[in-house]
Design a protein around this ligand. Structure first.
Ligand SMILES: [Zn+2]
Ligand SMILES: [Zn+2]
Length: 157
């Protein structure tokens, strides 16, 4: 599926409004708290952990406790607005929240921890077919790939 301008480059406000629309379509509510947590994930340059988010949230909401953050993250994950990078135990915003995807691939830079989400239908199809050959019903096909990003590769060592 071809993408227009990558949403990573869109301002946070625009992405928050887009998220609001997605939630309404899902019949879900992006409450002020959930919106704040999403804004924090969007503003982060690299994947953020729940504890980093909690720390940041505490500066806005003194009463924030771990369940506050976990429930919000759960909601954002369910509505495909963020992804969890298992390897880093951290969260990144979905690259193109407006699209519908059951699977995702992530390129994770070992050097700077940046994460690029790619959505390659050929990869997804190949995995589905491979699973099918084994009579395996695929629920989730998230792939995390290690390597060095273009920025770090270009840096003189
Ligand atoms: Zn995504
Ligand atoms: Zn890098």
């Amino acid at each position: 599926m071809p993408h227009d301008a990558p949403s990573q480059t869109r301002p946070v406000d625009a992405r928050l409004n887009a998220a609001q629309d997605i939630c309404s379509r899902n019949g879900a509510q992006l409450t002020p708290l959930r919106r704040e947590v999403l804004a924090l994930v969007l503003q982060a340059q690299t994947p953020v952990t729940a504890y980093q988010l909690l720390d940041q949230l505490k500066s806005i909401r003194k009463s924030a406790v771990p369940p506050t953050i976990y429930r919000s993250l759960e909601f954002l994950l369910e509505n495909k607005l963020i992804h969890r990078i298992e390897r880093l135990n951290a969260f990144v915003p979905c690259a193109e929240a407006d699209h519908h995807h059951a699977d995702a691939q992530f390129l994770i830079c070992k050097n700077c921890d940046s994460v690029i989400e790619i959505e390659d239908c050929d990869v997804s199809d190949a995995l589905e077919k491979a699973a099918d050959r084994h009579g395996f019903t695929l629920n989730r096909a998230v792939i995390e790939l290690d390597g060095i990003c273009a920025v770090c590769t270009a840096k003189p060592s």
